[in-house]
Write a protein that binds this ligand. Sequence first.
Ligand code: PEP
Ligand code: MG
Length: 556
Amino acid sequence: METTLRGVGVSHGVAIGEVRHMGTAVLEPPAKQIPPEEAEREQGRARQAVDAVAADLVARGNLAGGEAQAVLEAQAMMAQDPELMADVDRRIAVGSTAERAVYDAFAAYRELLAGAGEYLAGRVADLDDVRNRIVARLLGVPMPGVPDSDEPYVLVARDLAPADTALLDPSLVLGFVTEEGGPTSHSAILARALGVPAVVALPGAGELAEGTVIAVDGSTGDIFVNPTEAKKAELEAAAAERKAALAASTGPGATADGHKVPLLANVGGPADVPAAVDAGAEGVGLFRTEFLFLDDSKNAPSEQKQVEAYRQVLEAFPESRVVVRVLDAGADKPLDFLTPADEPNPALGVRGLRTLLDHPEILRTQLTALAKAAEGLPVYLEIMAPMVADRADARAFADACRAAGLRAKFGAMVEIPSAALRARSILQEVEFLSLGTNDLAQYTFAADRQVGAVSRLQDPWQPALLDLVALSAEAAKAEGKSCGVCGEAASDPLLACVLTGLGVTSLSMGAASIPYVRATLAKYTLAQCERAAAAARAADSAEEARSAAQAVLSGE
Ligand code: PEP
Ligand code: MG
């Protein structure tokens, strides 16, 4: 019998095939005590296993090359982390076996990572994988890894680790389904890189029986278990239609009647630029500059280092807009040397622009570096501040930009409800708005974006969020200024039409989503988008808003 499950779609397309589970059983070694005279031998065993696993990861990296190599080398370094090894030694010295000591030391480290912000929490799967490999070697049992299959299959896992996925044969993997993970997990990133459909955060994925046929819709997040022939045909037809529409749609973003909506890329650094250019991004709508600050936990990067990194991105988009966001430290992106360690609630504490106003030297260096990077380039540079709460914030930021001699537009991100409610007042100080819908949802619904249990409230289709988007867009229109969206909301093709109907003037998203949004937007007129937006705002829940917009656009 056909049943439907719903997870979070993170990589578009449809895959139909048999379930194969990843061999990632968590091996918990028994907590048995060893006599003190055996400690030294156990420590040697642990060291040997760690070195062998690290060497294996490096060898896999050499084989895989490219981005996977860097990830696997980082995992090898994780395995050999001196503090972790010292902890393993200590645990053995007080009576643990080598395998139990590795297991426990990694568990302690895991807790640290899981609580250390979204980026580091996303590395937990990598750490678990390293631990499983070392423990498996010590116990003499088979390594966890990709299924052994000659037939194409849908890979199902708790979460995917780069060591295994790097060696996946893309011609055999039809799609990914994971129980854990989110849009920033490796499973999602890898699926997008391989161009296979993927659904993450699917409760009960682990219970799907090996060999069961499932259909994965990576656009909607739906999983059809034992799909009927009619369902398979329907999904395949929809996927073929989408593919044809994608191939046919090129050029700048616009509605069917020619209302222009520039489609821009979200980038995290120079490494993301080629994909953005390939996808036909009309510029960059959000350049997250945090990556530059993650290398050194004690100091900000030098002005020169920043100039070089910014220039690489600016050079790739001649005659185009590049919107750079100044450092957004704090809350889910803590930086040791800037973020207070003792805040009771970091998301409501000193983060984003607040951090920069407390550390004007960091802001000054970044703005000066941006001014130098743009010198002589034919780029339309725009600079925006994260977490602007009110007009005073906007003024302080604009003053700092002027003082740095920047020839650029200055803007404010709308991520706090107060900024949406008083958008006109903020626009007295800056030239554009950009809606960070991820944080705007977090603060509108008092729902921490890192807590899965409240994810219902972080759905960007929530009508209250759409109301705030509309308020901001209307304020910008009244002031003759622009108001884009650069949060995840922009990457949902249907929602992109609704945002356009609400008056948003540009959409910025991960490069992989651009063709989908472009193709969907091109199917509807601005008037249809406006009607869909009105229908979505009239709804009482995210689910109803989505259905109402869909009904208007499909002419039901
Ligand atoms: C947002 O909050 O929507 C946003 C774009 O910023 P970030 O996700 O980096 O916080
Ligand atoms: Mg944000």
